[in-house]
Ligand binder design. Structure first.
Ligand SMILES: C[S@@+](CC[C@H](N)C(=O)[O-])C[C@H]1O[C@@H](n2cnc3c(N)ncnc32)[C@H](O)[C@@H]1O
Ligand SMILES: [Zn+2]
Length: 274
């Protein structure tokens, strides 16, 4: 199913490697993911979440505070053709894994630039015996997949590579982009900042797609434990934008009540109906 990231020829399995006809070879890691970042492209060397960020995210997901987001995503995907799902910017694989478990006759492929994310996802899948899933370290702006490969692309809180998603989706296939809603994490921001600014909601038109629906999800969550609160903070964009003095306001905070608000923009690739 993969193309060589260097010459774009098909990759075939040869023991524990994927090899193309030009003998470019990519090892399948012990935990089961494959790294298909083009080694020649400089941009590919620096990006992707660090080991610490991936750990913070997976520790936070264990609190189940974002289970509502995952359930809503699975619900949306269950209503559309979903034989092959690509999770673009899968992170540590929380949503990828849940998509695979909720759609056992589908195949779910998670891509992320972070090898730590893919390693974590692959280990969880193996531990839980999930076989309809795969992970690939890859650049979502240059995916090693053939044209019109999949039925659904999911893209949660990650960069939106509209043209590349259009290329890999079958005609009539769906792209689901999840982003923070207006009041998302107001409880966390209330502790960090003197003034809570609301998130801006933007649903950009994407070339080749029709925006068919926007599903809003909103609920209150109680986040307990200082570690969990700090893990949540680490996985937000605020982590990089907040000054040390404000960051220190989280010290000793053991309980936050916050709004979780997410918008799922559902796009459909224009063309023939499936
Ligand atoms: C905020 S995280 C969201 C991860 C996951 N979807 C979630 O919600 O838990 C964004 C992810 O996008 C990944 N990422 C950023 N740019 C990327 C790119 N060009 N190709 C692949 N992954 C990328 C990062 O490594 C990170 O894991
Ligand atoms: Zn090749």
């Amino acid at each position: 199913m993969f193309l060589c990231p260097i010459c774009k020829n098909e990759l075939k399995r040869n023991n524990n490697s994927l090899v193309c006809e030009k003998r470019h070879s990519f090892d399948i890691s012990a935990s089961g993911y494959v790294n298909l970042l083009n080694p020649g492209k400089m941009n590919n060397k620096k990006a992707g979440d660090s080991k610490e960020m991936i750990k913070a995210r997976s520790d936070f997901f264990a609190s189940c505070a974002y289970k509502g987001i995952s359930d809503k995503l699975c619900d949306i995907v269950s209503k559309i053709k979903n034989d092959i799902i690509v999770d673009a910017g899968a992170g540590e694989g929380y949503y990828t894994q849940n998509l695979a478990k909720a759609h056992t006759s589908s195949f779910v492929l998670g891509f992320d630039m972070s090898k730590y994310g893919c390693e974590h996802g692959a280990k969880v899948a193996r531990r839980e015996g999930t076989t309809n899933i795969g992970y690939c370290v890859g650049n979502i702006f240059d995916l090693p997949l053939k044209n019109e490969y999949c039925d659904v692309v999911t893209n949660l809180f990650a960069p939106v590579a509209g043209d590349e998603f259009l290329r890999i989706l079958k005609k009539g296939g769906h792209l689901i982009v999840a982003s923070a809603g207006i009041n998302h994490l107001d409880g966390l921001k209330g502790i960090l900042y003197n003034e809570i600014y609301l998130n801006e909601e933007k649903f950009s038109p994407l070339d080749g797609f029709e925006l068919v629906d926007i599903v809003n999800l909103k609920y209150q969550a109680q986040i307990s434990g200082n570690d969990t609160i700090k893990n949540l903070f680490t996985m937000t964009p605020y982590y990089h934008r907040t000054c040390l003095k404000d960051k220190e306001k989280l010290e000793g905070v053991s309980e936050i009540n916050t709004c979780i608000e997410v918008n799922f923009a559902i796009y459909k690739k224009k063309g023939m109906l499936q």
